[in-house]
Design a protein around this ligand. Structure first.
Ligand SMILES: [Zn+2]
Length: 260
């Protein structure tokens, strides 16, 4: 069996169609389904941009109320905890913008017109140069919230950019104007084609993830120091793998859309 036939041997990525390292955006908005998704998906990139002066905002679509394996957990308390954790994580990334919670029930997110309008309104309010989110077209993705959050990201941009969409948001009393971001970056991408060098930001990303203490058991699979170190090593290994094709020590990879 040649390496080309062996599914365990990754094929080298052709750099021909890849791009790397956007110019630091003035404002970035990262949209995640749950508290912690943004930090997993693009935490190091946001930290790099924040250090360079980008105003970073985070929008979380759901309330995170299913984020536990303990059926006796008080949901109201968990929702409050996860908000505090997400705000702490954003601070650790250096985010100076808004941390927004849409508050839809975890596991029941939909990408209908009502939800799209709310995302559009936040894009018009925050006016990001770059919007980051889940790839809604990732094959075999199981979690519906991630798919719907990805659709809300891309469809929210489509709505925000044109004045005929949700025109009530643009009434003079609102002070809002339609807004067209320059670029969308989708993490966990089905067909990644863009790499951000995040060398030097792995520990900042890890620190942000550590803010999500309620998720240590269910998401990080880490209830001991040794397991947390193993989680850190898995996180760093992913950054190393992301950077290999472009010869960056650590990188996060995305699908880039810039024909907006
Ligand atoms: Zn999630």
């Amino acid at each position: 069996m040649t390496s080309a036939q062996n599914p365990l041997t990754p094929e080298p990525i052709s750099l021909g169609r890849w791009t790397s390292n956007l110019e630091t955006p003035a404002r970035a908005l990262a949209i995640g389904a749950h508290p912690d998704d943004v930090d997993f998906g693009c935490g190091a990139t946001l930290a790099k941009w924040a250090t360079a002066g980008c105003e970073v905002s985070v929008l979380v679509c759901t309330d995170g109320s299913k984020g536990t394996w303990d059926p006796t957990t008080d949901e109201t308390q968990l929702i409050a905890t996860r908000k505090v954790e997400q705000q702490a994580a954003a601070e650790r990334l250096g985010a100076t913008g808004n941390v927004v919670f849409l508050g839809y029930t975890d596991g029941e997110l939909e990408s209908g017109l009502v939800q799209r309008a709310r995302v559009s309104e936040w894009i018009r309010r925050l006016r990001p140069t770059v919007v980051l989110g889940h790839d809604p077209w990732k094959r075999y993705r199981l979690h519906p919230d991630h798919r719907h959050a990805g659709l809300l990201t891309t469809e929210g941009v489509v709505a925000a950019r044109d004045p005929k969409f949700f025109p009530d948001q643009l009434a003079p009393s609102t002070g809002l104007a339609h807004h067209r971001p320059d670029t969308i970056l989708l993490w966990e991408a089905d067909e990644p084609d863009h790499v951000e060098d995040v060398t030097g930001y792995a520990e900042t990303k890890f620190a942000a993830l550590l803010a999500h203490q309620s998720q240590f058991e269910s998401t990080m699979k880490a209830t001991s120091d040794a397991q947390m170190e193993a989680f850190r090593e898995r996180m760093v290994a992913k950054l190393v793998a992301g950077g290999r094709a472009a010869s960056f020590e650590h990188a996060e990879v995305f699908k880039l859309l810039d024909d907006l």
